[in-house]
Design a protein around this ligand. Structure first.
Ligand code: S3P
Length: 180
């Protein structure tokens, strides 16, 4: 058993962090928080608008601040944006504040799942496959290094991945009580 105050989902775009995260949060009675949505609520504009107005660096600065605020809380399932692990402070915060689940997905599955996606600014270009492969090469070692548990979502529907995750969490993760 590995006590931690939050569950934190990491992994690339299209791994199912939001969908699986919602279901798992409900199963464990945790507040579900989507970090991207929290950024949108905080800044007051969409993710594409933030990238357009402030560039990726501007988005990353908001991501870091909002994630840091979110992770002060307890009893939450936090679904993180795929690029949040690029920042060393974010990684340290994620490690300190949660039991970390890496939802893995192959580039081929990402391409299928994100075929019609218009909401991820980093994918609005013709060489998506190369972009996703480059991201995976850089980020997969970071995800693996942080993970307490890895689920390969290529093999499962989101309902199956949720069921897998619930079983494994029940034996591996214990929520830690907040210290007063
Ligand atoms: C990003 C992933 C997105 C979002 C932004 C950048 C990335 O979140 O934060 O578009 O760098 O991988 P999801 O992983 O929830 O799609």
């Amino acid at each position: 058993m590995n006590p931690a105050p939050n569950l934190i989902l990491i992994g690339p775009m299209g791994a199912g962090k939001t969908c699986i995260g919602r279901r798992v949060a409900e199963r464990f009675g945790l507040a579900f928080i989507d970090a991207d949505q929290a950024i949108v609520d905080d800044v007051g504009t969409s993710i594409p608008a933030i990238f357009e107005n402030l560039g990726e660096a501007g988005f990353r600065a908001h991501e870091k601040r909002v994630l840091n605020d979110l992770l002060q809380g307890n009893g939450q399932l936090v679904s993180t944006g795929g690029g949040s692990v690029l920042d060393a402070d974010n990684r340290q915060r994620i490690r300190q504040r949660g039991f970390v689940v890496y939802l893995r997905v192959s580039v081929q599955s990402q391409l299928q799942r994100l075929q019609k996606d218009k909401t991820r600014p980093l994918l609005q270009r013709p060489d998506r496959e190369q972009v996703l492969a480059d991201m995976a090469a850089l980020r997969d070692p970071l995800y693996r290094d942080l993970a307490d548990l890895i689920i390969d979502t290529d093999l499962y529907t989101s309902a199956e991945a949720t069921a897998q995750l619930v079983v494994r969490l029940a034996s591996q993760w214990q929520i830690s009580e907040p210290t007063a």
